[in-house]
Design a protein around this ligand. Sequence first.
Ligand code: DAH
Length: 332
Amino acid sequence: MKARLDSLTAEVLDRIRAAPSLEALRQIEQTDLARKGELLSLMRGIRDLPEAERAAFGQAVNRARQALEEAVAARRDTFSSALVSAAVHDARFDPTEPAEPLPRGHLHPITHIRREIEAIFMGLGFSVVDGPEVESEEYNFDLLNIPANHPARDLQDTMWLESGHVMRTHTSPVQLRAMRRAEGKVPLRVVAPGRVFRNEQTDATHEHTFHQVEGLMIDEGVSVADLKGVLNLVLGRLFGGSIEVRLRPHYFPFVEPGFELDMRPAGSAGKWLEMLGCGMVHPDVLRGGGMDPERVSGFAFGMGLDRLAMMRYGIDDVRWMMSGDPRFLQQF
Ligand code: DAH
Protein backbone atom coordinates (compact mmCIF):
# COMPACT_ATOMS: atom_id res chain seq x y z
CA MET A 1 0.00 0.00 0.00
CA LYS A 2 2.88 2.33 0.79
CA ALA A 3 4.30 1.62 -2.64
CA ARG A 4 0.97 2.42 -4.29
CA LEU A 5 0.78 5.65 -2.32
CA ASP A 6 4.25 6.69 -3.46
CA SER A 7 3.66 5.94 -7.10
CA LEU A 8 0.25 7.60 -7.04
CA THR A 9 1.69 10.72 -5.42
CA ALA A 10 4.48 10.93 -7.97
CA GLU A 11 2.06 10.46 -10.82
CA VAL A 12 -0.35 13.19 -9.63
CA LEU A 13 2.54 15.54 -8.91
CA ASP A 14 3.71 15.14 -12.49
CA ARG A 15 0.25 15.89 -13.77
CA ILE A 16 -0.04 19.01 -11.59
CA ARG A 17 3.30 20.33 -12.79
CA ALA A 18 2.36 19.69 -16.36
CA ALA A 19 -1.18 21.11 -16.09
CA PRO A 20 -1.56 23.33 -19.15
CA SER A 21 -4.18 25.69 -17.73
CA LEU A 22 -6.02 26.84 -14.62
CA GLU A 23 -8.96 24.82 -15.86
CA ALA A 24 -6.85 21.64 -16.07
CA LEU A 25 -5.57 22.29 -12.57
CA ARG A 26 -9.10 22.65 -11.27
CA GLN A 27 -9.91 19.32 -12.93
CA ILE A 28 -7.08 17.57 -11.08
CA GLU A 29 -8.24 19.01 -7.79
CA GLN A 30 -11.74 17.76 -8.41
CA THR A 31 -10.71 14.20 -9.28
CA ASP A 32 -7.37 13.16 -7.83
CA LEU A 33 -7.53 15.25 -4.70
CA ALA A 34 -11.26 14.87 -4.11
CA ARG A 35 -12.93 12.81 -1.42
CA LYS A 36 -13.70 10.09 -3.93
CA GLY A 37 -10.20 10.16 -5.42
CA GLU A 38 -7.82 7.24 -5.14
CA LEU A 39 -5.65 8.96 -2.56
CA LEU A 40 -8.44 9.11 -0.03
CA SER A 41 -9.59 5.61 -0.74
CA LEU A 42 -6.06 4.47 0.11
CA MET A 43 -6.54 6.31 3.39
CA ARG A 44 -9.61 4.28 4.07
CA GLY A 45 -7.62 1.07 3.52
CA ILE A 46 -5.72 1.86 6.71
CA ARG A 47 -8.14 -0.42 8.57
CA ASP A 48 -6.73 -3.48 6.80
CA LEU A 49 -3.17 -2.74 7.90
CA PRO A 50 -1.57 -4.39 10.91
CA GLU A 51 -1.95 -2.27 14.02
CA ALA A 52 1.78 -1.36 14.12
CA GLU A 53 1.88 0.12 10.60
CA ARG A 54 -1.25 2.26 10.78
CA ALA A 55 0.23 5.41 12.35
CA ALA A 56 3.16 5.59 9.95
CA PHE A 57 0.89 5.05 6.94
CA GLY A 58 -1.56 7.73 8.11
CA GLN A 59 1.29 10.22 8.37
CA ALA A 60 2.57 9.27 4.94
CA VAL A 61 -0.87 9.91 3.42
CA ASN A 62 -1.08 13.31 5.09
CA ARG A 63 2.39 14.27 3.88
CA ALA A 64 1.48 13.21 0.37
CA ARG A 65 -1.72 15.24 0.45
CA GLN A 66 0.13 18.29 1.70
CA ALA A 67 2.78 17.97 -0.99
CA LEU A 68 0.09 17.77 -3.65
CA GLU A 69 -1.79 20.79 -2.33
CA GLU A 70 1.39 22.85 -2.27
CA ALA A 71 2.14 21.79 -5.84
CA VAL A 72 -1.32 22.92 -6.93
CA ALA A 73 -0.83 26.33 -5.27
CA ALA A 74 2.59 26.76 -6.86
CA ARG A 75 1.28 25.84 -10.30
CA ARG A 76 -1.63 28.27 -9.89
CA ASP A 77 0.83 31.07 -9.07
CA THR A 78 2.70 30.52 -12.30
CA PHE A 79 -0.56 30.95 -14.17
CA SER A 80 -1.48 34.23 -12.44
CA SER A 81 1.93 35.78 -12.95
CA ALA A 82 1.75 34.64 -16.55
CA LEU A 83 -1.60 36.44 -16.83
CA VAL A 84 -0.15 39.64 -15.41
CA SER A 85 2.88 39.53 -17.64
CA ALA A 86 0.73 38.79 -20.66
CA ALA A 87 -1.34 41.88 -19.83
CA VAL A 88 1.79 43.99 -19.42
CA HIS A 89 3.23 42.76 -22.70
CA ASP A 90 -0.03 43.15 -24.56
CA ALA A 91 0.78 45.40 -27.49
CA ARG A 92 -2.31 47.48 -26.71
CA PHE A 93 -0.96 48.42 -23.27
CA ASP A 94 1.89 50.93 -23.23
CA PRO A 95 3.23 51.37 -19.69
CA THR A 96 5.35 54.35 -20.81
CA GLU A 97 2.33 56.38 -21.90
CA PRO A 98 1.73 59.41 -19.61
CA ALA A 99 -1.24 59.14 -17.25
CA GLU A 100 -4.46 61.04 -17.86
CA PRO A 101 -3.87 64.54 -16.44
CA LEU A 102 -5.70 65.10 -13.15
CA PRO A 103 -8.00 68.12 -13.31
CA ARG A 104 -6.31 71.01 -11.57
CA GLY A 105 -8.09 73.22 -9.04
CA HIS A 106 -8.21 76.98 -9.40
CA LEU A 107 -8.40 79.76 -6.84
CA HIS A 108 -11.61 81.74 -7.04
CA PRO A 109 -11.12 85.32 -8.32
CA ILE A 110 -12.50 86.54 -4.98
CA THR A 111 -9.82 84.52 -3.20
CA HIS A 112 -7.09 86.13 -5.34
CA ILE A 113 -8.32 89.65 -4.55
CA ARG A 114 -8.92 88.89 -0.87
CA ARG A 115 -5.39 87.53 -0.42
CA GLU A 116 -3.87 90.56 -2.13
CA ILE A 117 -5.81 92.93 0.08
CA GLU A 118 -4.91 90.97 3.22
CA ALA A 119 -1.23 91.05 2.27
CA ILE A 120 -1.28 94.82 1.71
CA PHE A 121 -2.98 95.49 5.06
CA MET A 122 -0.74 93.06 6.92
CA GLY A 123 2.21 95.03 5.58
CA LEU A 124 0.69 98.07 7.32
CA GLY A 125 0.39 96.32 10.68
CA PHE A 126 -3.23 95.19 10.39
CA SER A 127 -4.31 91.70 11.43
CA VAL A 128 -6.87 89.61 9.59
CA VAL A 129 -9.85 88.62 11.75
CA ASP A 130 -13.02 86.67 11.25
CA GLY A 131 -16.61 86.76 12.45
CA PRO A 132 -19.69 84.55 12.19
CA GLU A 133 -21.91 84.59 9.11
CA VAL A 134 -24.95 83.87 11.27
CA GLU A 135 -25.00 86.97 13.43
CA SER A 136 -27.14 88.31 16.25
CA GLU A 137 -29.42 91.26 15.67
CA GLU A 138 -27.41 93.09 18.32
CA TYR A 139 -24.07 92.83 16.49
CA ASN A 140 -25.45 93.21 12.98
CA PHE A 141 -27.65 96.23 13.83
CA ASP A 142 -28.02 97.58 17.39
CA LEU A 143 -24.35 98.01 18.26
CA LEU A 144 -23.83 99.66 14.88
CA ASN A 145 -26.38 102.35 15.66
CA ILE A 146 -28.90 100.91 13.24
CA PRO A 147 -32.19 101.41 15.11
CA ALA A 148 -35.10 98.98 15.05
CA ASN A 149 -37.11 101.04 12.55
CA HIS A 150 -34.19 101.51 10.14
CA PRO A 151 -34.97 100.41 6.57
CA ALA A 152 -31.81 98.25 6.54
CA ARG A 153 -33.65 95.85 8.84
CA ASP A 154 -36.46 95.51 6.35
CA LEU A 155 -37.59 92.01 5.40
CA GLN A 156 -36.74 92.91 1.83
CA ASP A 157 -33.05 93.34 2.60
CA THR A 158 -32.29 91.01 5.47
CA MET A 159 -32.47 87.25 5.65
CA TRP A 160 -33.90 86.51 9.07
CA LEU A 161 -33.58 83.10 10.67
CA GLU A 162 -36.37 81.58 12.73
CA SER A 163 -34.09 81.81 15.77
CA GLY A 164 -34.16 85.63 15.46
CA HIS A 165 -30.57 85.67 14.17
CA VAL A 166 -29.73 87.16 10.79
CA MET A 167 -27.43 86.19 7.97
CA ARG A 168 -25.04 89.10 8.42
CA THR A 169 -25.87 91.82 5.92
CA HIS A 170 -22.37 93.31 6.08
CA THR A 171 -18.98 92.65 7.71
CA SER A 172 -19.35 95.65 10.04
CA PRO A 173 -20.39 93.54 13.08
CA VAL A 174 -16.81 92.22 13.14
CA GLN A 175 -15.78 95.76 14.20
CA LEU A 176 -17.61 95.24 17.48
CA ARG A 177 -16.28 91.73 17.98
CA ALA A 178 -12.71 92.95 17.41
CA MET A 179 -13.12 95.92 19.77
CA ARG A 180 -14.59 93.79 22.54
CA ARG A 181 -11.78 91.28 22.15
CA ALA A 182 -9.22 94.09 22.46
CA GLU A 183 -10.73 95.08 25.85
CA GLY A 184 -9.93 98.76 25.37
CA LYS A 185 -6.33 98.21 24.26
CA VAL A 186 -5.09 100.33 21.34
CA PRO A 187 -3.80 100.51 18.69
CA LEU A 188 -6.31 98.17 17.15
CA ARG A 189 -5.85 97.54 13.43
CA VAL A 190 -7.89 94.82 11.78
CA VAL A 191 -9.37 93.83 8.46
CA ALA A 192 -12.21 91.31 8.29
CA PRO A 193 -12.98 89.74 4.92
CA GLY A 194 -15.98 87.50 4.45
CA ARG A 195 -19.32 86.61 2.94
CA VAL A 196 -22.40 88.73 3.48
CA PHE A 197 -26.02 88.10 2.59
CA ARG A 198 -28.96 90.17 1.40
CA ASN A 199 -32.45 89.26 0.45
CA GLU A 200 -32.02 90.69 -3.07
CA GLN A 201 -33.53 90.22 -6.49
CA THR A 202 -30.44 89.05 -8.34
CA ASP A 203 -29.24 90.54 -11.60
CA ALA A 204 -25.90 91.24 -13.29
CA THR A 205 -24.83 93.58 -10.46
CA HIS A 206 -26.75 92.13 -7.47
CA GLU A 207 -26.25 88.81 -5.76
CA HIS A 208 -27.79 87.51 -2.54
CA THR A 209 -24.39 86.28 -1.33
CA PHE A 210 -21.38 88.50 -1.86
CA HIS A 211 -18.10 89.52 -0.25
CA GLN A 212 -16.81 92.47 1.72
CA VAL A 213 -13.69 93.49 3.57
CA GLU A 214 -14.23 95.51 6.69
CA GLY A 215 -11.41 97.64 8.05
CA LEU A 216 -10.99 99.24 11.44
CA MET A 217 -8.19 101.26 12.97
CA ILE A 218 -8.45 102.71 16.47
CA ASP A 219 -5.80 104.59 18.37
CA GLU A 220 -5.23 107.89 20.13
CA GLY A 221 -5.54 110.73 17.63
CA VAL A 222 -6.69 108.83 14.52
CA SER A 223 -8.15 111.34 12.05
CA VAL A 224 -9.81 111.57 8.62
CA ALA A 225 -6.30 112.23 7.23
CA ASP A 226 -5.26 108.73 8.40
CA LEU A 227 -8.35 107.25 6.81
CA LYS A 228 -7.64 108.94 3.51
CA GLY A 229 -3.91 108.25 3.59
CA VAL A 230 -4.23 104.54 4.38
CA LEU A 231 -6.93 103.92 1.77
CA ASN A 232 -5.05 105.91 -0.86
CA LEU A 233 -1.97 103.77 -0.29
CA VAL A 234 -3.86 100.47 -0.23
CA LEU A 235 -5.89 101.15 -3.39
CA GLY A 236 -2.77 102.40 -5.16
CA ARG A 237 -0.99 99.13 -4.38
CA LEU A 238 -4.01 97.07 -5.32
CA PHE A 239 -4.39 98.73 -8.72
CA GLY A 240 -0.65 98.96 -9.25
CA GLY A 241 -0.28 102.65 -9.92
CA SER A 242 -0.51 106.11 -8.56
CA ILE A 243 -4.12 107.05 -7.82
CA GLU A 244 -5.97 109.86 -6.16
CA VAL A 245 -8.97 109.51 -3.87
CA ARG A 246 -11.70 111.86 -2.78
CA LEU A 247 -14.20 111.65 0.06
CA ARG A 248 -17.86 112.52 -0.53
CA PRO A 249 -20.06 112.97 2.56
CA HIS A 250 -22.46 110.06 2.95
CA TYR A 251 -24.66 108.79 5.76
CA PHE A 252 -23.87 105.51 7.48
CA PRO A 253 -25.32 105.17 11.01
CA PHE A 254 -22.10 103.75 12.52
CA VAL A 255 -19.73 106.53 11.45
CA GLU A 256 -19.64 110.29 11.97
CA PRO A 257 -18.66 111.86 9.67
CA GLY A 258 -19.33 109.24 7.00
CA PHE A 259 -18.11 109.21 3.41
CA GLU A 260 -18.07 107.45 0.14
CA LEU A 261 -14.60 107.18 -1.28
CA ASP A 262 -13.97 107.58 -5.01
CA MET A 263 -10.73 107.02 -6.86
CA ARG A 264 -9.15 107.64 -10.27
CA PRO A 265 -5.63 107.45 -11.72
CA ALA A 266 -3.54 110.32 -10.35
CA GLY A 267 -3.57 113.41 -12.55
CA SER A 268 -6.31 112.09 -14.81
CA ALA A 269 -9.34 114.22 -15.57
CA GLY A 270 -11.36 111.03 -15.96
CA LYS A 271 -14.43 109.78 -14.16
CA TRP A 272 -14.30 109.09 -10.42
CA LEU A 273 -14.99 105.48 -9.53
CA GLU A 274 -16.96 104.86 -6.37
CA MET A 275 -14.98 102.35 -4.29
CA LEU A 276 -16.22 102.00 -0.73
CA GLY A 277 -18.00 103.41 2.31
CA CYS A 278 -16.01 104.72 5.24
CA GLY A 279 -15.92 107.21 8.09
CA MET A 280 -14.87 107.98 11.63
CA VAL A 281 -16.27 105.41 14.04
CA HIS A 282 -19.32 106.84 15.85
CA PRO A 283 -18.74 107.48 19.59
CA ASP A 284 -21.71 105.24 20.45
CA VAL A 285 -20.16 102.41 18.44
CA LEU A 286 -16.81 102.91 20.19
CA ARG A 287 -18.55 102.80 23.57
CA GLY A 288 -20.44 99.64 22.59
CA GLY A 289 -17.09 98.05 21.76
CA GLY A 290 -15.64 98.98 25.16
CA MET A 291 -13.52 101.87 23.88
CA ASP A 292 -13.45 105.34 25.46
CA PRO A 293 -14.35 107.95 22.79
CA GLU A 294 -12.83 110.69 25.01
CA ARG A 295 -9.44 109.02 24.71
CA VAL A 296 -9.38 107.19 21.35
CA SER A 297 -10.80 107.61 17.88
CA GLY A 298 -10.87 105.44 14.80
CA PHE A 299 -11.78 105.04 11.19
CA ALA A 300 -13.66 102.21 9.54
CA PHE A 301 -14.43 101.21 5.99
CA GLY A 302 -16.33 98.52 4.14
CA MET A 303 -15.42 97.51 0.63
CA GLY A 304 -17.17 95.14 -1.77
CA LEU A 305 -14.87 92.45 -3.16
CA ASP A 306 -17.07 91.19 -5.98
CA ARG A 307 -17.03 94.46 -7.90
CA LEU A 308 -13.26 94.74 -7.39
CA ALA A 309 -12.75 91.26 -8.81
CA MET A 310 -15.11 92.08 -11.68
CA MET A 311 -13.09 95.20 -12.52
CA ARG A 312 -9.80 93.38 -12.20
CA TYR A 313 -10.72 90.38 -14.35
CA GLY A 314 -13.29 91.93 -16.68
CA ILE A 315 -16.18 89.83 -15.37
CA ASP A 316 -19.52 91.19 -16.59
CA ASP A 317 -22.01 89.46 -14.31
CA VAL A 318 -21.67 89.08 -10.53
CA ARG A 319 -23.76 85.90 -10.63
CA TRP A 320 -20.76 84.04 -12.05
CA MET A 321 -19.07 84.42 -8.67
CA MET A 322 -21.31 82.05 -6.73
CA SER A 323 -22.23 79.92 -9.75
CA GLY A 324 -19.73 77.16 -8.96
CA ASP A 325 -19.36 76.73 -12.72
CA PRO A 326 -15.93 75.15 -13.39
CA ARG A 327 -15.78 76.79 -16.83
CA PHE A 328 -15.80 80.13 -15.03
CA LEU A 329 -13.28 79.13 -12.37
CA GLN A 330 -10.84 77.55 -14.83
CA GLN A 331 -10.07 81.01 -16.17
CA PHE A 332 -8.28 82.20 -13.04
N1 DAH B 1 -21.43 98.21 6.15
C1 DAH B 1 -21.64 99.08 4.99
C2 DAH B 1 -22.45 98.36 3.94
O1 DAH B 1 -22.47 97.16 3.92
C3 DAH B 1 -20.32 99.50 4.41
C4 DAH B 1 -19.58 100.42 5.32
C5 DAH B 1 -19.73 101.79 5.21
C6 DAH B 1 -18.69 99.93 6.25
C7 DAH B 1 -19.06 102.66 6.02
C8 DAH B 1 -18.01 100.80 7.11
C9 DAH B 1 -18.19 102.17 6.97
O2 DAH B 1 -17.14 100.35 8.03
O3 DAH B 1 -17.48 103.00 7.76
O4 DAH B 1 -23.05 98.98 3.12
